[in-house]
Design a binder for this molecule. Structure first.
Ligand SMILES: *Cc1c(COP(=O)(O)O)cnc(C)c1O
Length: 366
């Protein structure tokens, strides 16, 4: 109804943005395909609800919501700083880590500036690039779906202001080594911010290294972002955090929306970190399920990249959309990337069994 008229004069960069299209949910798949009990393995969510102590903390915090929350989230920053063993000035929080990423783009990128990232990677990067009028420089992944580190380094130019590195990468699940992160950070230099987006680090084990301790102390241009959405099961509450040089942290803090991390989210995050062992156990169970799913995929003849997140990726190529639809008809909603592949979140044991059952019926694409 409103498609053919525009009221007001949106910025050209906004006019060019694709309209927001939420991921397909299980209910929509049920309606479209006449199936019952469809499951959603499309958004890398945690199959488990929040742990009991988090639920208690959120309920307790509800009685205070007539007040604005602490804008800086000082208590949460203090908890993070103690837990991570970094100074409080080296930590910030965000409305999910995508909130922090938006602050980073707003802080550093003017129209015409360049932001480099591997591709395919997290879809938010090109959207935020376009929003601020920056030029997105996409460096294609190598054949094994890892980053082309030399290509990324070669693309750094005087116009480059930001390099975005998701590790584990979404949607492929591959990781960068600490040595490669350091190579990129060195090549970038202090005029370029290198963002290490570690949304899935809790599923990566030792493979992902620890850039907070192994990179940020020597490289003030490196900023690490993390989230409580995936491993901690708090996607719906929106809380993420960043660790980096205090001068970078104070610059990105300036562009935060006032009170961007609400009080319930702050309370939940504090409780989650206080009970991190319980969360780590749950992550270990998801990693074990990932190995089980991978084993089945290999036995069926699928090649897959080295996964380190809470999802698997299959190179279904030209048949990706069709493959996703066939899985949906079997009640399993996954995330397709047209012409490239499908990403399937590791869910509960029963959900993963549903995916396994469905993929067995479909066979390996030629
Ligand atoms: C899911 C995801 C995020 C963040 O999500 P938030 O819910 O905003 O914290 C960030 N980066 C990548 C690569 C992701 O896949």
């Amino acid at each position: 109804m409103s498609d053919d008229i525009t009221i007001g004069r949106p910025r050209p960069s906004v006019v060019g943005l694709p309209a927001y299209r939420p991921g397909r949910d299980a209910k929509q798949a049920q309606i479209d395909h006449g199936v019952v009990d469809a499951i959603k393995l499309a958004s890398n969510e945690n199959p488990d609800g929040p742990i009991a102590s988090v639920v208690d903390a959120v309920i307790a915090a509800t009685t205070g919501v007539n007040r604005y929350a602490d804008h800086r989230g000082s208590a949460l920053r203090a908890v993070l700083s103690e837990w991570l063993q970094v100074s409080p000035e080296a930590v910030t929080i965000g409305n999910g880590s995508v909130g922090l990423l938006q602050q980073i783009f707003l802080t550093y990128l003017d129209p015409g500036d360049e932001v480099i990232f591997g591709w395919r990677s997290f879809e938010v990067y090109p959207i935020y690039s376009q929003l601020v009028g920056a030029t997105a420089v996409r460096i294609p992944l190598l054949d094994d779906l890892t980053y082309d580190v030399d290509g990324i380094i070669a693309a750094i130019s005087p116009r480059t202001k930001v390099v975005m590195l998701a590790t584990p990468n979404n949607p492929t699940g591959t990781v960068l080594t600490t040595a490669d992160i350091i190579r990129i950070a060195k090549a970038a230099g202090n005029d370029v911010i290198v963002v290490i987006d570690e949304a899935y680090r809790e599923f990566a084990g030792a493979a992902g290294g620890d850039p907070v301790h192994d990179v940020t102390p020597q490289f003030p241009n490196v900023l690490v972002t993390r989230t409580l959405s995936k491993a901690h099961g708090l996607a719906g509450l929106r809380v993420g955090y960043g660790v980096g040089h205090p001068s970078v942290i104070s610059d990105i803090d300036k562009v935060a929306v006032p009170f961007h991390v609400n009080g319930l989210a702050q309370a939940a995050a504090i409780a989650a970190i206080a009970n991190i062992a319980e969360i780590e156990q749950r992550c270990a169970a998801i990693v074990a399920e990932r190995a089980r799913v991978e084993e089945v995929l290999r036995s069926l003849g699928w090649w897959h990249p080295e996964h380190h997140g809470n999802f698997v990726y299959l190179s279904t190529g030209a048949r990706s959309m069709e493959f996703a639809t066939e899985l949906e008809k079997r009640g399993v909603v996954v995330r397709p990337f047209d012409g490239e592949g499908i990403r399937v979140t590791i869910g509960s044991t029963q959900e993963n069994d549903r995916f396994i059952g469905a993929i067995k019926e479909l066979g390996v694409p030629a």
